[in-house]
Design a protein. Structure first.
Length: 189
């Protein structure tokens, strides 16, 4: 079992225990969207913002904060690595296909929300980023049941890979990685 799947189950359980209706996939999507939309990696502004969205403005308990900070740090590390190593926080491959599909849709909805919080003007985005965001919007509205067969598994895998690569594309173009921040500060001086 991959470590990102353990995070999904652990974070989902934690959120449920604290009566937070949002799932781990949506939370992770929001974090990825905020980062891909240009939020600085070292920012901690995301925690109260996330609490506003998932916990009706109430602060999150320390146990949840610690788990989300760990998830955030893992996500930042994966986004800045050059091997396209971003893992989406989704149910394990053994989960029913419709559960995994629904979680992917929630991840995408979270991504779009987080992205929109940090990037409101798409005019300076590349055509590839704009197309990916349009595709995300289309995918997020899908609600068809999938059959438990090889063809559906392959289709879900392809969509998941597209989403994963597209999220990294958005981050690579608009995100504030340490290397990009160094380049920006050198250009400004």
């Amino acid at each position: 079992m991959n470590s990102h799947n353990l995070d999904f189950e652990r974070i989902n359980t934690l959120l449920g225990r604290h009566n937070i209706a949002t799932e781990a996939a949506e939370v992770h999507g929001m974090l990825c969207g905020m980062l891909a939309g240009g939020m600085a990696l070292e920012s901690r502004d995301w925690l109260p913002l996330l609490a506003d969205f998932i916990n009706q403005g109430e602060s999150l308990g320390q146990e949840i904060q610690d788990a989300l900070i760990q998830l955030y740090n893992q996500t930042c590390q994966q986004l800045v690595e050059t091997e396209f190593s971003l893992l989406l926080c989704l149910p394990d491959d053994a989960a029913p296909i419709n559960e995994r599909g629904a979680a992917l849709i929630k991840w995408i909805q979270g991504f779009l929300l987080g992205f929109g919080l940090n990037q409101t003007d798409l005019a300076h985005c590349s055509a590839d980023v704009r197309e990916a965001l349009e595709d995300f919007s289309e995918i997020s509205r899908m609600d068809e049941e999938m059959s438990e067969d090889e063809e559906s598994e392959r289709a879900l895998f392809e969509v998941l890979e597209y989403v994963r690569i597209s999220a990294m594309l958005c981050f690579n173009e608009l995100g504030k990685s340490p290397a990009r921040q160094q380049e920006t500060s050198k250009t400004v001086h």
